[in-house]
Design a protein around this ligand. Structure first.
Ligand SMILES: *Cc1c(COP(=O)(O)O)cnc(C)c1O
Length: 385
């Protein structure tokens, strides 16, 4: 089976992890700060805090922005459940803003409409979480302008988008947001096995998130309420978690980040090749906005079912049975049973639901060869033509 995504581990990655195993620190050593410095360097944000997953990153990002009970958090229905769950962890309420049918990202026009209604009802969101689906940035200028007008904070869920650019600046620079979140799960662009990070330009938010990553404990005298009892002394000043990244993960991350541009360039090559090989088929190819340089985490097609004699499920199943590890990103979050129990129902977000009935993620990853891609294109052509 050709998988839809796969990590690319080099000998240098392996050497970097082995070096840590033979060192004094498996956790809380020098590699995590070095990885954070590398993330700051590549994203051009001022601060990075590395954690054990993007899910943890989203949680502490919400907490740092003050999300709590009675607050609203809005995100896209076409995302992984973690983008919405982070608000529920804080006791807040979740709502969704439908996607644009061309970019599959949160639609700024629909966001504006929903904000106008929310202002009348007194239910404006505290935080909006745009998700850069497949690695293509959302229209952050428009979303940022709305945040100024309606007074909400922005967390970019850039789990798919490290190495991507928006208006010629790296995704993660936080020019149009308060915090950006990256994921380093093995299917994403760069990996630390499990792992994530938050980026921000605010020293206050960075300090808060560093505190929440490790039990809410500080060893900095200037942050303590009392005087130090001695060299062993620390104070817990918030309710934090153990969301720390290990030294092994950070060493892998540093090594992987060295190849970020190479990883994304290869994904661009493969995406461009798909564009030209698939143009004649009854499908829509992923539309690219000129403002965005995608990281191409996913290559998502939509079937033109009016021109295909098979159903979406049949096309998907035939691809799988012929060794093409396609996937579907994502089941709209509001249709998950857990969210339906909160009152969401079919029909609530029609663009997202239409997308779900037509979308298929084709394999795309650094190690995919031209031959693999030719096979995928040939199998897909035979199925839909
Ligand atoms: C992968 C992913 C997450 C969660 O990442 P983890 O590192 O696995 O916790 C969150 N949001 C989106 C959009 C993702 O793709």
């Amino acid at each position: 089976m050709i998988p839809y995504g796969k990590q690319a581990i080099s000998q240098s990655d392996i050497d970097a992890v082995l070096e840590v195993l033979n060192s004094d620190f498996l956790t809380q050593g020098p590699k995590v700060p070095a990885f954070e410095a590398a993330l700051v360097n590549s994203s051009q944000a001022s601060y990075a805090v590395a954690v054990n997953s993007a899910t943890s990153a989203l949680h502490i990002a919400c907490l740092a922005l003050g999300v709590g009970p009675s607050d609203w958090v809005w995100t896209s229905p076409i995302t992984f459940v973690a983008s919405a769950n982070c608000a529920l962890y804080c006791g807040a309420k979740v709502d969704f803003v439908d996607i644009s049918p061309s970019s599959y990202n949160m639609c700024p026009k629909l966001l504006e409409k929903k904000l106008i209604v929310a202002r009348e009802n007194g239910t404006l969101p505290k935080v909006v979480i745009p998700v850069h689906l497949a690695g293509q940035s959302c229209d952050m200028q428009a979303i940022h302008a709305l945040s100024m007008r309606f007074g909400f904070k922005i967390i970019e869920d850039a789990s798919h988008a490290i190495g991507g650019r928006y208006l010629n600046k790296p995704v993660g620079s936080c020019i149009y947001s308060d915090i950006t979140v990256f994921s380093f799960h093995p299917v994403k662009i760069v990996t630390t096995a499990e792992g994530g990070a938050v980026l921000t330009n605010s020293v206050l938010l960075a300090d808060k998130m560093r505190l929440l990553r490790s039990h809410g404990i500080t060893r900095e005298p200037e942050n303590m309420r009392g005087d130090s009892d001695g060299p062993w002394y620390y104070e817990q000043i918030a309710l934090g978690f153990n969301y720390r990244m290990t030294e092994l993960q950070a060493a892998l991350g540093i090594s992987q980040l060295n190849r970020l541009e190479e990883f994304v360039a290869r994904r661009h090559y493969l995406a461009n090749r798909y564009h030209s090989l698939l143009t004649h088929l009854p499908l829509s190819l992923p539309h690219q906005h000129p403002d965005a340089y995608s990281a191409w985490h996913l290559y998502i097609i939509q079937l033109d079912l009016s021109q295909i004699t098979k159903t979406h499920l049949q096309v998907f199943s035939e691809l799988r049975s012929q060794g093409i590890g396609v996937n579907l990103h994502y089941i709209p979050v509001h249709l998950q049973p857990y969210y339906q129990d909160m009152g969401f129902k079919k029909g609530d977000f029609s663009h997202a639901e239409h997308y779900y009935q037509h979308a298929i993620s084709l394999p795309i990853f650094f190690g995919m060869t031209d031959e693999m891609q030719d096979k995928i294109v040939n199998v897909l052509s035979d199925i839909v033509e």
